[in-house]
Design a protein around this ligand. Structure first.
Ligand SMILES: Cc1ncc(COP(=O)(O)O)c(CN[C@H](C(=O)O)[C@H](C)O)c1O
Length: 341
């Protein structure tokens, strides 16, 4: 089985499993788990933030950021295909009582001028803009890297208007690997940032949110309110620590595999819809005699898994558990399928 559905399917390495087994633990509600404390300290250092908090998932991290930054009745500005808007079950409204103000980005990057134009003026009729949310890399644009300059200009707008900027950096380290720009430099253009340890970095569970000491203090309270008060969390924080400290360097391997697959998709006679900056490839089958559901079924008959990103769009994601050999097999299968449709 070659699983190209997502980098969320990565399984922990043996070293991660051993680390979890041997982890020193304590009750994290009393902030006494030495392993998660070490992970949070390391994450804050890497991201150049005062403090950090381990959370159970990227969604929990993003939603805690919304709950901490915003008040009920606020509006948040975010990209129309962003994860926070598209895939988090309207949690921003369900939990935080805020409404989205979406902007269509170019390869996932919102135009800072459009962001500024969307900020609400003070008026009794209008919601206050409570937060601006950026996503880098941008999942639904095919893992597109949002340029640092765009992030800088967006953050300038946010600071000018006194509005907090949160980065959904679920795949931030993929942007780092693609550009050579450090996580700290990207995070410097944000007030708060969420990074996933459980995707391409291979941890079994977990994300980190980072920001000021005061933000993390409030975020810890919101995490508790959401039932996220973790006890002997070192068992999963130890693998996450390995993910953060040892698994970022290898992401270029995933990017090379992604480019190899993109080339093979084109050789097989299909179209690639994105520039393939990182580890995500979008295959456009609009002109084919099969839709996304039919293509997924055909791939599965050859023991290859992918996901539909639209009626005629297939997403493939490369990751730690996909080898170059798997990519070559996938290309051969696509060539075979092309002769069948
Ligand atoms: C940009 C971004 N931010 C946040 C999340 C949520 O992370 P988790 O809650 O799954 O840990 C995801 C997960 N993305 C998943 C995937 O790509 O397969 C699905 C779509 O939820 C994400 O892509």
């Amino acid at each position: 089985m070659i699983d190209l559905r997502s980098d969320t399917v990565t399984k922990p390495t043996q070293a991660m499993r051993d680390a979890g087994y041997h982890a020193e633990v304590g009750d994290d509600v009393y902030v006494e788990d030495p392993t998660v404390n070490m992970l949070e300290k390391k994450a804050a250092e890497i991201l150049g933030k005062e403090d950090a908090l381990f959370v159970t998932s990227g969604v929990q991290g993003n939603q805690i950021a919304v709950l901490t930054h915003c008040d009920k009745g606020n509006e948040i500005i975010l990209e129309e295909d962003s994860h926070v808007f598209y895939y988090e079950g309207a949690a921003i409204s369900a939990f935080a009582g805020v409404q989205p103000r979406t902007i269509r980005g170019e390869h996932g990057a919102m135009d800072p001028t459009e962001v500024e134009a969307a900020i609400r003026p003070e008026d009794v009729h209008l919601p206050e803009t409570g937060m601006i949310c950026v996503e880098n890399t941008h999942n639904r644009s095919g893992g597109a890297v949002v340029p640092l300059e765009t992030m800088k200009q967006t953050y300038e707008v946010a600071k000018k208007h006194g509005i907090p900027l949160h980065l959904d950096g679920a795949r931030l380290f993929n942007a780092v690997a693609a550009t050579g720009i450090s996580a700290k430099e990207y995070a410097a253009q944000t007030d708060t940032v969420q990074i996933c340890l459980s995707k391409g970095l291979g941890a079994p569970v977990g994300s980190i949110i980072a920001g000021t000491v005061s933000f993390i203090q409030q975020a810890r309270k919101w995490r508790k309110r959401l039932g996220g008060g973790l006890r002997q969390v070192g068992v999963i924080a130890a693998p996450a620590y390995i993910a953060l400290s040892e698994m970022t360097e290898r992401l270029n391997e995933d990017h090379a595999n992604a480019k190899l697959l993109a080339k093979g998709i084109q050789e097989a006679g299909f179209k690639v819809a994105n520039p393939v900056d990182t580890n995500i490839i979008l295959m456009d089958i609009e002109d084919e005699n099969v839709d996304a559901v039919g293509m997924i079924e055909r791939l599965e008959s050859f023991e290859i898994k992918a996901v539909a990103f639209g009626p005629n769009l297939i997403r493939f994601v490369t990751h730690y558990d996909v080898s170059t050999n798997d990519i070559e097999k996938t290309i051969m299968v696509l060539k075979e399928i092309k002769t069948m449709i």
